[in-house]
Ligand binder design. Structure first.
Ligand code: FES
Length: 106
């Protein structure tokens, strides 16, 4: 099963089932993650910056393409609520979407 490794959150490893959205896997494993719109692709607050394993991510959805065109999502960022994995990847939580009660290393 692919792993999402969250580098700036103590290298936390989250197992993501094939065809499972990353946000659902985070929730299933009780990892707090910002998600203002509840996983509908409407807010970008669930963004993750991909450090390694870009090719193992699903193709950007129309919602992600919309936010990329609006410059609300950078080229190396993906929405956790829209993305699935086929292999391991390494991400960081962007500073603007870090939760105040968690301790991030970068
Ligand atoms: S939770 Fe709002 S875009 Fe993912």
């Amino acid at each position: 099963m692919p792993r999402l490794i969250i580098r700036n959150l103590k290298n936390t490893e989250v197992y993501v089932e094939i065809n499972q959205y990353v946000l659902k896997a985070l929730q299933a494993q009780h990892i707090d993650w910002m998600q203002a719109c509840g996983g509908k692709g409407r807010c970008t607050t669930c963004a993750m910056q991909v450090i390694e394993g870009q090719a193992s991510l699903s193709v950007p959805t129309p919602r992600e393409q919309h936010w990329q065109a609006q410059k609300r999502l950078k080229e190396d960022e993906r929405l956790a609520c829209q993305t699935t994995l086929s292999e391991d990847c390494v991400v960081v939580v962007p500073a603007k979407y870090q939760l105040p009660h968690l301790h991030y290393s970068e």
